[in-house]
Write a protein that binds this ligand. Structure first.
Ligand code: ASP
Length: 653
């Protein structure tokens, strides 16, 4: 990861390659690139330093500079490498008797102590330049030094190559933030958000408006966090998104709204989610889907980092039905093929039991994906684990077939595939030598979903074996459109719930179906997908109060009283409107190539929703709960937990 480049850089090892090299160039030069393309930011205005550690070059030779930074390491009490966010610089520790006090400070201060040094920029003696270090041609001849603050024994070294658990990183997040990787992620995030503001507000007249975070429970959508109030039995809720407020702003005539909005969802732990996260939230009046899509394409193009290939717009789009049929998911990773193919017709007279079975049922189908060169790269145990995955997670049988490869570890079932089916498969799926086909059969949606998952599993496996399927430099955006407006409720499939949120407008051509076959109604919702992750979603909204009431009360069976403010507002000349929200954390995570969204958030919560640094959430004594008229009812098995409340904190593993 990022960490190792720093030490390579400092130790002057051979030229780093691949991703590491990319990151080195990226991290150290990016701010300068940014500067030269626009205005150079004044990194040293108002403060004690004259320059940053990372900016000094031969062009600064002879200049008197003052630098502030952390001691990265020291070599034989002769050199010291000083670090700030911008990079590293070598400082020569003076050896003369007259500079004994400076030498003492610089030699005795522990690593990661923060120091201020003043001196002259000099060139390194011939042969001692370090071409791997952006400041490698120069060094600082120190005249004065001040220890600003000493560093105690660290819980981990601030070197990216030193492995540490995420729990430890989160517990000492302020130290983790000193890493170049975290600095890079947070600074890139800030730059992209700045460009987004510029694009929206300065170029397109959007108004940045803050909406409340103390709100109330509203129907539909994700689970909300509850906040007690001083009124007995009354609670606020933290909003899952500013959805209602942004629609109300449209009613209020603020016809282009945007906000970098904090949203809260009490959804338990999921690897790529956070209980609080950030959206670029947008709403416009008098707009249609095409307008919103063009706006977002322009926004991303404008804010896209300079060191990446420019984005090509418009982004392709695909209907929900097509996405499910070809990729088995509503968020297809379109960086590689391996699409799902319907081969039902070829197997109408099959003798294979489970295929026969599936095809005899309504909606039953046989589907397949072709794993290119699978027979070459995948081992028998890989195929077995793929089949087990399908069985364990989907209760679904999957049949591997090697139509052209000369393999004899086919299952007995695979051998009962007729010759004509084999050649049919080869033709239809354009099968090459060494390809493997995975067959799944069952109800259309289920067979597609399982193959959709296996498609990704296989891609991971093939890449683990050295095949490059997904170019790491590729950003593959896709709009997914024409979602169903409603889905059957999970807990009660006879009832409907909104596929997204209840304010989404139905597709104009399906309006009449609302009153006859609501399950068939398509919505005016659109999702933006990047490399197989949903990074945004939005819709054209219902602006007609009666239609909104009908959907809420009659179709969704929601308590409309809870939304009377919105229904009332729609009745007062609400303009047609629509919007979208981009998940900022996920977007930045993909742009930076970070392994987790926690790596692009300064102070994220752990997997279990805890702040491991401050140990939030925390208990409150009963007297502090009194004003809120609430009492903790401790679960029976929580004695240990209760008594541990006053114990020293132990982070999660
Ligand atoms: N508020 C929606 C969400 O958070 C996005 C939108 O419809 O604009 O998913």
């Amino acid at each position: 990861m990022f960490s190792c480049w720093l030490s390579l850089l400092c130790r002057g090892f051979s030229t780093p390659t691949g991703r590491i090299a990319h990151l080195i160039r990226g991290s150290l030069s990016r701010t300068l690139v940014l500067g030269s393309q626009r205005r150079t930011p004044e990194f040293s205005s108002f403060v004690a330093r004259t320059n940053t550690c990372g900016e000094l070059r031969s062009s600064h030779l002879g200049q008197e500079v003052t630098l502030c930074g952390w001691i990265q390491y020291r070599r034989q009490n002769i050199f010291l490498v000083l670090r700030d966010f911008h990079g590293l610089v070598q400082v020569v520790i003076p050896q003369e008797e007259s500079a004994a006090s400076v030498k003492k400070i610089l030699c005795e201060a522990p690593v990661e102590s923060v120091v201020q040094v003043s001196g002259t920029v000099i060139s390194r003696p011939p042969g001692q330049e370090n071409p791997k270090m952006p400041t490698g041609e120069i060094e600082i001849k120190v005249k004065t030094a001040e220890l600003l603050n000493s560093c105690k024994k660290l819980p981990f070294e601030i070197k990216d190559f030193v492995k540490k658990t995420e729990a430890l990183r989160l517990q000492y997040r302020y130290l983790d933030l000193r890493s170049f990787q975290m600095q890079y992620n947070l600074r890139l995030r800030s730059q992209m958000v700045m460009k987004m503001r510029e694009y929206l507000c300065n170029l397109h007249g959007f108004v940045d408006i803050e909406t409340p975070t103390l709100f109330k429970r509203t129907p539909g959508g994700a689970k909300e966090f509850v906040i007690p109030s001083r009124e007995p039995g009354k609670f606020y809720c933290l909003p899952q998104s500013p959805q209602q407020f942004k629609q109300l702003l449209m009613v209020g005539g603020v016809d282009r709204y945007f906000q970098v909005a904090r949203c809260y969802r009490d959804e338990g732990s999921r690897p790529d989610r956070q209980p609080e996260f950030t959206q670029i939230d947008i709403e416009m009046s008098f707009v249609d889907q095409t307008g919103i899509r063009s706006l977002i394409e322009g926004l991303l193009q404008y804010s896209w980092p300079n060191d990446k290939d420019p984005l090509l717009v418009p982004f392709p789009s695909m209907t929900f039905v097509e996405a499910l049929a070809s990729y088995g998911t509503d968020k297809p990773d379109t960086r590689f093929g391996m699409k799902i193919v319907d081969i039902s017709d070829m197997f109408r007279n099959t003798e294979v039991g489970f295929l026969q079975d599936a095809l005899s049922k309504p909606q039953g189908a046989v589907k397949a994906i072709c794993i290119s060169e699978g027979a070459k790269y995948l081992k028998r145990k890989d195929i077995e684990s793929i089949r087990k995955f399908a069985a364990d997670h989907f209760n679904q049988e999957v049949l591997p077939v090697f139509p052209k490869a000369d393999r004899n570890w086919n299952t007995p079932v695979a051998q009962s595939i007729l010759e004509e089916q084999r050649s049919g498969l080869i033709r239809l799926m354009e099968i090459q030598e060494a390809d493997v086909v995975l067959l799944a059969a069952g109800e259309h949606e289920k067979a597609c979903s399982v193959l959709g998952k296996l498609r990704l599993e296989c891609a991971d496996l093939l890449e683990a074996r050295g095949l490059v399927l997904r170019d790491p430099a590729l950003f593959s955006f896709l709009w997914v459109v024409d979602f169903p407006l409603f889905l059957p409720k999970e807990e009660n499939p006879g009832e409907l719930e909104s596929a997204h949120h209840p304010f989404t407008a139905p597709h104009p051509s399906d309006l009449q179906l609302l009153y006859t076959e609501p399950k068939k109604v398509r919505s005016q919702h659109y999702d933006l997908v990047l490399n197989g992750s949903e990074i945004g979603g939005g819709s054209i909204r219902i602006h007609d109060a009666e239609l909104q009431r009908y959907i809420l009360a009659t179709l969704l069976k929601e308590d409309v009283k809870l939304l009377s403010h919105l229904l009332q507002a729609l009745g007062f000349g609400a303009p047609p409107h629509g919007g979208i929200a981009l998940g900022l954390d996920r977007l930045i995570c993909l742009v930076t190539g970070a392994p987790s969204i926690r790596d692009v958030i300064a102070f994220p919560k752990s997997f279990r929703g805890h702040d491991l640094m401050s140990s939030a959430p925390d208990s409150l004594p009963p007297e502090e709960l009194k004003p809120y008229h609430i009492q903790v009812s401790w679960p029976a098995d929580s004695e240990a937990e209760k008594s541990s409340l006053n114990q020293p904190y132990h982070p999660e593993n």
